[in-house]
Design a protein around this ligand. Sequence first.
Ligand SMILES: NC(=O)c1ccc[n+]([C@@H]2O[C@H](COP(=O)([O-])OP(=O)(O)OC[C@H]3O[C@@H](n4cnc5c(N)ncnc54)[C@H](OP(=O)(O)O)[C@@H]3O)[C@@H](O)[C@H]2O)c1
Length: 357
Amino acid sequence: MAGTETHRFKQWQLSTTLGIDGLNLVKDASITQIGDEEVLVEMHAASLNFLDLFVARGGQPGTLKQMPNPGLVPGCDGCGIIKAVGAAVKKFATGDRVVTHLIGRIPDDAKDDFTSLRSSLGIGTNGTLTQYGIFHESNIVHAPRSLSFDQAATLPCSGLTAYNALFGLGGRQIQENQWVLVQGTGGVSVAALQIAVAVGAHVVATTSSAEKAVKLEGLGAKHVLNYRDTPEWGLPARALTPGQAGFDHVVDIGGEATLGESVKAVKTDGVVSTIGLLGGPTDRQVPMMAVLHNACTVRGLVAGTRQQMRDFVAFVDEKGMKPTLDDMVFGIEDARKAYWRQGRQQHFSKVVIKLHD
Ligand SMILES: NC(=O)c1ccc[n+]([C@@H]2O[C@H](COP(=O)([O-])OP(=O)(O)OC[C@H]3O[C@@H](n4cnc5c(N)ncnc54)[C@H](OP(=O)(O)O)[C@@H]3O)[C@@H](O)[C@H]2O)c1
């Protein structure tokens, strides 16, 4: 097919060796053919998620450790330009700028879960850490017009999840002047902060780092609490809201370690979105009385639908939201260093890997 003749190019692959050092750089990858419903994308940038580290270390959604899929291209987030389209592709054309969407081949409004996540880009389907990638057309959406490749590459996993947390529950979409609490300075949390600020909401954030606290304030956080100095931050955070009424939205990425504080901080009838388990296991129990007392909704969610991804892209263009990148941006050959930076939690917001100069 015309347009698919690429030079030999660089591509990362998962190997049978667990861990970040098991990632394998192939320097002579090639593409010969694309299917009728597929597109060939010249990839310009990818960004990392906690999920990518989890997969490299042998994790699979909802299961215990197992060997990664050897030869599979890792990475779920990326942005590039279409170089060729299959005969049956209707919604995309050569030259379109696109971002990836984690889970393909399900309807636009189908909610993700751990079963569908196992087939997602970088887990069960070839992902984004490649200079050229073939994707099913349901695994891409048009990129925002207002963002660079690097910025747009941050949207698919953590960005969409943050958007779903704040807009995904019918009747409870975030509104101007509401109060939102975000935890830590990873990709999901900084995206949630930026989305909230873009709609005119007030944000309180937590972090373990004084240096990162300054960056959070620079992005518009009204108050920042250090969750190491104040492990029981729920009521102190609540005290920062008008009338100590609590938060309309709490975006919880810590799981068992943070949920107890989240339900103390949330407003009556507010929403706690439970997204991740970064805090690890703990002996602390979730105070169920706080859940009842605040009559809150605790909502688990997995990424977001393809339609939500399109809505998020439109939101970004309309609001002029510029996703925050970590201070360090890596080249394709240094992808392992990028993984290590994220794995050591040295990053702020999104670690980006440039795939073409
Ligand atoms: N449900 C879904 O669909 C979905 C989608 C995306 C991500 N996730 C999950 O959400 C979590 C975050 O993902 P990510 O990609 O944003 O991760 P990330 O960028 O690697 O986030 C790392 C940051 O989290 C913060 N953190 C760690 N433990 C914390 C704690 N106990 N309290 C508060 N903050 C803490 C730290 O911030 P400081 O350095 O500032 O302390 C750390 O730098 C992960 O568990 C991931 O698996 C779930």
